[in-house]
Write a protein that binds this ligand. Sequence first.
Ligand code: KIV
Length: 278
Amino acid sequence: MSSQIQSPIKRITVPDIRARKGGEPIVVLTAYDAPTAALMDAHCDILLVGDSVGMAVHGLTSTVGVTLEMMILHGQAVMRGAKRALVVIDMPFGSYEAGLETAYANAVRVLKETGAQAVKVESGPTAPATIDYLVKRGVPVMGHVGLLPQSINIDGSFKAKGREEGERARILQSARDTADAGAFAVVIEGVAEGLAREITEAIDKPTIGIGASAACDGQVLVSSDMLGLFDWTPKFVRKYADLRGVIDQAVATYADDVRARRFPAEVETYFSKKPVST
Ligand code: KIV
């Protein structure tokens, strides 16, 4: 069960985000742990506990292996760090496609056990019925159209979508169905600007783009990508930091210090004459 206590900081709500359609761009990052979520909280409107956690944190090659338990564990950690941002948790592959009641039971577990305010589902063909069922029963849902990472075993690769007219029309229809079913916002992933603009103009819910141009109501990035934790980033990512370089340098210096007996120094030793710095 969630152990949330009342915070004096007012948390951004689902209606707050819904009301941002066409307004100030919505800032979203993925978050997976408490300390990082606490740092991101002041700057982001939404923290998404994405199932990208499987790849970003657990070293999986896709999101297919991510479980409900993993999402709940990371969701609880993010909720401990974030006091202001709306927290949305991805429903992992296999947790919402088998039937409406299973989807509801799993979504309720996510909300009850983490204290987060909403879930996200990838909008495959069965998603609109699921979204409608969940929303009517009090579970706010964010949709996700375009490139659907959970469909990797159908698609064969994580390639951008909407090259052909037929596929563009299907994605636009999926976005309309997702919004009409009651999703409060829709992630658009991996499509060209024209389609992102068409979707954003066609639906009355905020669109959040990832690799989907500036023609969206907000943007989301996988935090590990924008912080530079990996040696490879997709075309649409801007690296705002080089944490890989920072960590490599820090660990190398630590290893050198240990091997040369420069660490720990007297100041870093209990009951030494020099005071321990805090
Ligand atoms: O899991 C995730 O990080 C996501 C984003 C790509 C939107 O779904």
